[in-house]
Design a protein around this ligand. Structure first.
Ligand code: HEM
Length: 461
């Protein structure tokens, strides 16, 4: 930091302990949006006693932290979320430094637009098969738990096209269950991140058991692939790719890193997608005009046949609905960083070693940056309104060097799933209320989304 900047920089405003704690305890997400809003989008410090993170909400400030000066804001294992996350994912694609760079080099080529486009037919076939299984409960009028159904649909598709069926769907669903346990067990440490790992906390035991359950399934698969060497590992699925992976010096990565990246890629390719799509149904029931436009688009573009890559490009309103869904319910809601050296963000001095918190949930719900922020309105993403917005006003996939690898895949896969379901069914929710978000490592509905599906010829809504 230059002397001129130092002179110009001011200390951050602070939300005091006695104001912050009760509000966070009552409604953590609402409280964080409120603190950022009251600071007018300036960087503000939240005093939680031993833990005092800086809240970064202004899109220009978010850009500085995640992209422009990303080297100074790392996912250091000493930082709040990362310490917990590291206990599951260890060193690899979700870490930092050289190991992260090697993992990113290995995995990024799997998710280029060209490669993902080539997966669409396989994805479409797998999604079609899973969605067809819903005909039976639909005909019988049985209530289904949409979260569970979507996780089965996503796991069926992803295990086939990204894991080459090396992880079976029942195994995948057991891992998803363990991930659910972890996402909520981690909360105890998230809210008091200054407690050392050596001090036992509630949630530790279920966390450890769930990690063990994941390792019991994935480690033997990783080992078998590595033992096989070149033989049978020439595919471009995630397991084969990691079995061939090398570090920066060209040496094969060790088993631990292969395990860490497998666990990370399993989590990022599954729970994110079905997590977001679970919110769609209560939102559509509450906004029938949006639902009707979606049905109209799906009927016009897709018809009866299997969905093709070209058709996905025409599902523009479906894409806007997904973008708006990710504005209100960004599954990766927490993007914490730790500052390496002193810096100035939005005129505020940030000392070295500070915790910073950027959150798409916060920025994307602030009246300072969004008109009618609590209203669900996919037309915000119509051209040219969308282009006029700051790149970091809507950043559900993060940005900069750690930008999500799966953004392109997510939109294609989610369009496919939504279009396939809507082309076959209408639906009615048992409870039309939109669930509250649950604070966990990823954003998820607090209550189940249960609904009745109805074959299209017996329309309900
Ligand atoms: C709705 C779906 C998704 C959302 C909202 C989401 C969100 C995010 C966010 C916010 C980050 C940045 C983390 C940070 O900066 O610290 C990230 C990173 C990442 N995402 Fe996603 N993600 C989604 C789906 C996926 C999918 C389908 C994949 C599959 C490839 C994926 C793979 C990754 C990976 C590997 C990283 C780490 C990248 C790195 O640090 O180099 N994500 N994601």
């Amino acid at each position: 930091m230059s002397t001129v900047q130092e002179i110009a920089a001011r200390k951050a405003g602070t939300v005091g302990f006695h104001r912050a704690v009760p509000r966070l305890a009552r409604d953590p997400l609402g409280a964080l949006v409120g603190f950022a809003e009251q600071a007018g989008g300036e960087v503000v410090r939240v005093n939680l006693g031993a833990f005092r993170p800086y809240l970064v909400s202004n899109p220009a400030h978010v850009q500085h932290v995640l992209r422009d000066n990303a080297a100074n804001f790392t996912r250091d294992g000493k930082g709040m979320l990362w310490r917990s996350v590291k206990r599951l994912f260890g060193e690899g694609i979700l870490a930092e430094g050289q190991v992260w760079a090697a993992s990113r080099n290995t995995l990024q080529p799997l998710f280029t637009a060209k490669r993902v486009d080539a997966l669409v037919d396989g994805l479409a076939a797998a999604v079609h098969e899973s969605v067809a299984r819903l005909d039976e409960p639909a005909r019988a009028g049985t209530v289904v738990d949409m979260g569970t159904e979507l996780s089965t649909i996503v796991c069926g598709a992803i295990m086939r096209v990204l894991f080459a069926d090396k992880v079976t769907v029942p195994e995948a669903l057991r891992i998803v269950e363990a991930q659910n346990t972890i996402a909520t067990a981690i909360v105890f440490r998230l809210v008091v991140p200054f407690v050392p790992n050596a001090v036992p906390m509630p949630g530790d035991r279920p966390f450890r058991d769930a990690v063990q359950q994941i390792d019991d399934i994935l480690l033997p698969i990783v080992r078998t692939a590595r033992e096989r060497g070149g033989d049978g590992n020439d595919g471009d699925d995630i397991i084969s790719t990691l079995a061939r992976a090398v570090d920066a010096e060209g040496r094969p990565i060790d088993e631990r890193q292969a395990r860490n990246d497998t666990v990370a890629m399993f989590a990022t390719t599954t729970e994110t997608t079905f997590g977001v799509l679970t919110w769609l149904w209560p939102i559509l029931q509450a906004h029938p005009h949006v639902a009707e436009r979606l049905y109209e688009e799906v009927d016009r573009v897709v018809g009866d046949g299997p969905i093709t890559r070209a058709q996905l490009g025409e599902l523009t309103y479906t894409k806007m609905v997904l973008e708006e869904l990710l504005r209100l319910y960004p599954v990766g809601w927490l993007i914490p960083r730790v500052s390496v050296a002193d810096d100035v963000v939005g005129g505020v001095h940030i000392p070295a070693g500070s915790d910073l918190l950027a959150s798409p949930y916060i920025t994307q719900r602030m009246a300072t940056f969004w008109d009618r922020p609590d209203e669900f309105d996919p037309d915000r993403f119509a051209s040219p309104r969308a282009e006029r917005r700051h790149r970091y006003a809507h950043y559900p996939f993060g940005g900069g060097p750690h930008q999500c690898l799966g953004q392109y895949l997510f939109y294609l896969e989610a369009q496919l799933i939504v279009a396939t379901i809507l082309s076959r069914f209408r639906f009615r929710l048992a409870d039309p209320a939109i669930p509250e978000p649950q604070v966990a490592a990823s954003l998820r509905p607090k209550t189940k989304v249960e609904l009745t599906l109805l074959p299209r010829d017996r329309a309900l809504i």
